[in-house]
Write a protein that binds this ligand. Structure first.
Ligand code: DGL
Length: 270
């Protein structure tokens, strides 16, 4: 009864950690495509092919349901996958909708027309591909009116995190927050629209100041997956064991993952 978690690299571990805590009896198989990270600077076709390859690998592990714990893949590939590629007995879910439902104070499946919400000025930090897709604004527009979104493509940040270069990552967070604030001086909320960014959540909060609510996806996706599996238990696949798979160097990736999550994460070659 395993569930798959996919990311371009280490970022999805923030989601994997939260879902494993919320659903401790379910085995999760993680696939990090570290050899091809970052996805955020790739074109849409490339992101689509790499994401399909990773998801197929998770199907081979007995995961009938895969969560794309990657905003870039969710923004650039998910809709095309669902429309043209995912077979009827499998499911692939993304990470945008739980976040937007939280921002707009909606319950799952509330398809009522868009309405005014409390937040008016929202800063979005994401990869260049996610920002270019405008997927966040599109999903938000289905649910809310009158929200001003200013998006900041955070070039270089995923590479710095994947390389474990915290000093560079912190400097990049400060400079991306400053760039955003020049265009939107007083955001009420900031969305970390890349699953790598919660690993730098403190740096974002420090740069934004204590009055800005920072939304990250890990716990929101965990709640939404718990709810989904309660409604659709048939998508718990046959897999029995938790595993961490990578297309990169398993020793290097395990070291970085262990450093980030502060517990041993043993990666194997995918
Ligand atoms: N964690 C991915 C995301 O949420 C990282 C993207 C990348 O590889 O650039 O967008």
């Amino acid at each position: 009864m395993a569930v798959g978690i996919f990311d371009s690299g280490l970022g999805g571990l923030t989601v994997c950690d939260a879902v494993s805590k919320a659903l401790p009896d379910i085995p999760f198989v993680y696939f990090g495509d570290n050899a091809h990270a970052p996805y955020g600077v790739r074109d849409t076709d490339d992101i689509f092919s790499l994401t399909c390859a990773g998801v197929e690998r998770l199907w081979d592990e007995g995961c009938d349901l895969v969560v794309l714990a990657c905003n870039t893949a969710s923004a650039a590939a998910l809709r095309r996958m669902q429309e043209t590629w995912v077979p009827a007995d499998k499911r692939v879910l993304g990470v945008f909708v739980p976040l937007i439902e939280a921002l707009t104070e909606r319950q799952w499946g509330d398809n009522s027309p868009p309405r005014e919400v409390a937040l008016k000025h929202v800063a979005l930090f994401a990869t260049p591909a996610t920002v270019a897709s405008r997927a966040f604004q599109r999903e938000l527009a289905f649910r809310a009116v009158g929200v001003d979104v200013e998006a900041q493509p955070c070039g270089g940040l995923v590479d710095a995190i994947e390389d474990g270069d915290e000093i560079l990552a912190e400097a990049l967070v400060r400079s991306h927050v400053e760039a955003l604030k020049r265009r939107m001086p007083r955001p009420e909320a900031a969305v970390l629209g890349c699953t790598h960014y919660p690993l730098m959540q403190k740096a974002f909060q420090d740069a934004l100041g204590p009055d800005v609510g920072v939304y990250s996806q890990a716990s929101l996706v965990a709640d939404s997956l718990t709810d989904y599996l309660a409604r659709r238990p048939e998508f718990l696949g046959e897999g029995k064991t938790s595993r961490f798979l990578t297309t990169g160097d398993p020793v290097r990736v395990s070291t970085k993952a262990t450093q980030f999550l502060r517990r041993r994460i043993p990666f194997e070659a995918a």
